[in-house]
Design a protein. Structure first.
Length: 254
């Protein structure tokens, strides 16, 4: 009897060992879009509504689920076939793709910088952003006026550096009607000092445009202030598509 028990225990331990070896890491492919104007062949960051529709259909037909930031925070995102859509800079053409987003239950994150909100005609207004927020979008910070918030700015103009982080957060929180804790680095640039001040300002999460599939929970990988994203451009879409075709896993050797 003892022998059988030992054998059973051994088999159980082997099973645990192998299942942990092959257990798939939960992850999400985070995409960064900008605008949806559609008549800008020279702007590689811009996509027409029909191009965006094709992207969404491709992502969906490859078996990916569009996940929300809240689901990620709640630990509800499992497996590797997950996509989170983020849109930077607050261009008003988000409204043109909104019906598409609604149809596919996409709840995007919108990273905005208040210096242009209610001031530039091609940017979403505060009330527009609040409507999108009420319909599931998550508003996040993107500086005050989209400067390069790195060591150089800290050294040369600390007032401007702090305005980007602290004042930017205050104004974005007013637009969002709540204290925001997510940020996206303008131009994707950052230094150690940027991370330091983001934390002091009350930011808990920050999105880069450093390529890579983001492991979950979000604190994994490089930590919550260096979240991976893929910037989607006319040129990068091809390689992003390959990663999606590979099941949301990075392609070895790339
Ligand atoms: Zn930006």
């Amino acid at each position: 009897m003892i022998f059988v028990r030992i054998l059973r225990r051994l088999l159980f331990l082997l099973l645990v060992f192998f299942s942990s070896l092959f257990a798939s890491q939960d992850s999400v492919v985070i995409l960064c879009y900008h605008s949806f104007i559609g008549n800008k062949p020279d702007n590689h960051y811009d996509f027409s509504v029909s191009q965006m529709s094709n992207h969404i259909k491709t992502i969906s037909s490859l078996g990916f689920r569009f996940v929300s930031w809240q689901e990620i925070l709640d630990g509800k995102v499992k497996g590797a076939k997950n996509v989170l859509i983020t849109v930077d800079d607050g261009h008003k053409t988000i409204n043109d793709v909104w019906p598409l987003f609604k149809a596919y239950k996409i709840k995007p994150m919108l990273f905005i910088y208040p210096a242009i909100v209610d001031r530039k005609s091609n940017t979403c207004t505060t009330s527009n952003l609040r409507v999108l927020q009420d319909q599931g979008a998550v508003l996040g910070g993107h500086g005050w006026n989209h400067l390069f918030i790195a060591q150089k700015l800290f050294d040369e103009d600390i007032v401007a550096f702090k305005r980007e982080i602290y004042y930017g957060r205050k104004k974005t929180s007013l637009i969002a009607r709540k204290e925001i804790d997510v940020f996206a680095y303008p131009f994707g640039v950052y230094s150690d000092v940027t991370l330091e001040h983001l934390k002091l300002a009350g930011y808990k999460y920050a999105f880069t445009i450093d390529k890579g599939v983001q492991p979950l929970p979000i604190s994994k990988g490089r930590g919550p202030l260096l979240i991976h994203r893929y910037m989607v451009t006319f040129y990068s879409w091809k390689s992003i598509r390959k990663i999606l075709e590979n099941g949301g896993l990075e392609i070895a050797g790339k």
